[in-house]
Ligand binder design. Sequence first.
Ligand SMILES: [Zn+2]
Length: 237
Amino acid sequence: MNRRDAAASGTAACRGVAAHRPRVPALRACAAVGLAVGLIAPVPLRGQARYSGPAVVPPPSAYVGDPSDVVPGHLSRWELEPSASRTLTVRFESPPEDRPDFWQPASRALDVWNTVGGLPVTFRPAAGVEPAEVEFRWTHHFDESHAGTTDWTTDGEGWLRSVTVTLAARHVDGTPMSDEFLLLVALHELGHALGLPHSDDPSDVMHPGNRNRRLSERDVQSVLRLYEAIATREDNQ
Ligand SMILES: [Zn+2]
């Protein structure tokens, strides 16, 4: 099965949870009254701001479900057997002639994911002609407003077998992608290479319009949950 995902290069739509703002005007009114009263009689004053809007519900700590909810085939990821950890080899195709350092941001993105403590899957650049599980390719630009895509293949059980990440060297209007933007896109696509789905929170790297150069706590917890599920399942076998 070959699926495709694309990260949009346009401005991310704001779909975050609106922040709860207390009713500041009411609070200010209380304070003003309190000050006036205080000038007359030094009695203790109490202010109270009441919020009658909907309850503020903190977002879940991860966008991948509890390990017990994650079943093989539901979310594709890398099989860890026979050992409890796995190093994925990564190959970068030759960079564009006019940009020999094109892959530097993607290399930095590998390092970012490799710093997730406790994650049993890490990336390593392939040496020589060694087979690679993750291939990085580039294209001049995508016809749509995409900056990167991730294609992957899985076996019959849903385990990832190969991943190809394609990064655009230029925006659809011909403007070169900045190193900063290439990093943002590579970070996001590598999350898919690990098996992560999209997040609907713009503060996560796995939001489709990622603008974060660091993994959020939710990114970290989500990928740990993804692979914790395998460890739990294998421990029980
Ligand atoms: Zn994506």
